[in-house]
Design a protein around this ligand. Structure first.
Ligand SMILES: Cc1cc2nc3c(=O)[nH]c(=O)nc-3n(C[C@H](O)[C@H](O)[C@H](O)COP(=O)(O)OP(=O)(O)OC[C@H]3O[C@@H](n4cnc5c(N)ncnc54)[C@H](O)[C@@H]3O)c2cc1C
Length: 309
């Protein structure tokens, strides 16, 4: 059931993104009876990519997809004012009205919460683009099962790479963890679990130089100690970090990493535009933090609407 009808075509609030931050903002907006719309590429965001989540309060253990589906259920309890599969490409503010241009249309609102999170960084080596979705992937949770019994490489040495390795240990035949720095930097508990497995070969100070194959990936080329070697693999999981999805918000101040700068009320430099979660410069990128920030941003938008009425 759609609770919130937009009579004037100008929403009180638009929320960009439906990860933990955007979904929580929508729950708070609904409970304040704000007329709002969520515009998002997907529902769940990065939370849905995580294998095991053991640090979201109230759930001692839950998988990413399970938590994401609980979030979605909670959001949709308040109505289905979500445009899924839609990507914001430009945001502008003129005469107190904020316009959000997407790949499908143009929407207007009095306030905006940007909760567009982060996306995976690419390796930028020959073969990566060519073999994307033909062996090269950026999401172990989504694509891991496709590599059952196969040899795979995971690129990276931080928490995302270790999370991917722990998921793939249960699925793949053999794993190479290819890490560019001299040591793995991810959580010690995850490192211990990985070192317990005899399926994993860790290659430190190793740089990927190319991905090769025919119809699908067949091997990866790696440079170590001045020598290049070819490792036969059928799957490559790129887990080398994330960049903020903030390129569409050109008028909004961002830091050198591209993160949107917010104050403790989630306000940006543009009146009426708020931001929350991983897309912002708030330290520590975690689900519980993004959810909390999303609630704050929606409440700040509510306060702004009341003051400007
Ligand atoms: C592999 C992995 C494992 C993790 N494990 C944990 C964990 O165990 N515990 C934990 O607390 N945290 C974990 N994290 C971090 C956590 O997932 C993030 O901190 C959290 O999801 C951030 O939420 P967010 O809503 O800010 O952004 P995101 O989750 O990135 O969501 C962003 C949303 O915006 C949408 N979007 C992006 N660009 C646009 C656009 N232009 N237009 C419209 N929509 C757009 C996306 O589709 C998505 O719905 C993990 C992350 C990864 C990658």
């Amino acid at each position: 059931m759609e609770f919130y009808h937009n009579m004037s075509n100008i929403y009180d609030l638009i929320i960009i993104g439906a990860g933990p931050a955007g979904i929580t903002a929508s729950v708070y907006a609904a409970r304040k009876r704000i007329i709002f719309l969520v515009v998002t590429k997907d529902i769940g965001g990065q939370a849905a990519w995580s294998g095991d989540i053991e640090n979201y309060t109230g759930y001692q253990f839950i998988t990413g997809p399970e938590l994401a589906s609980k979030f979605e259920e909670h959001m949709k309890k308040y109505g289905n004012n979500v445009r899924e599969g839609e990507e914001a490409i430009e945001v502008k503010r003129k005469d107190n009205i904020i316009s959000v241009k997407t790949n499908r249309g143009l929407y207007e609102a009095k306030t905006l919460v940007i909760a567009s999170g982060k996306k995976s960084k690419e390796l930028g080596v020959p073969g990566e683009k060519e073999f994307k979705n033909r062996g090269v992937t950026y999401c172990a949770t989504c694509d891991g099962p496709l590599f059952s019994g196969k040899d795979v490489a995971i690129i990276g040495g931080g928490n995302s790479a270790l999370d991917a390795a722990l998921q793939l240990i249960k699925i793949a035949k053999r794993l190479y963890l290819i890490n560019i720095t001299p040591n793995i930097t991810g959580d010690p508990i995850m490192q211990e679990k990985i070192r317990e497995s005899d399926k994993v070969t860790i290659l430190n100070s190793a740089e990927v130089t190319a991905i090769t194959g025919d119809k699908a990936v067949r091997s990866i080329r790696v440079k170590r100690e001045g020598k290049e070697e070819t490792l036969p693999v059928q799957g490559i999981f790129v887990e080398i970090g994330l960049i903020p999805n903030s390129g569409f918000a050109k008028e909004v101040d961002r830091n050198e990493l591209g993160e949107i700068k917010v104050d403790c009320h989630n306000s940006t430099n543009v009146p009426g535009i708020f931001a929350a979660g991983d897309v912002t410069n708030v330290p520590e990128k975690q689900i519980v933090i993004a959810a909390g920030e999303g609630s704050k941003a929606a409440l700040s938008a509510f306060r702004y609407l009341n003051q400007s009425r």
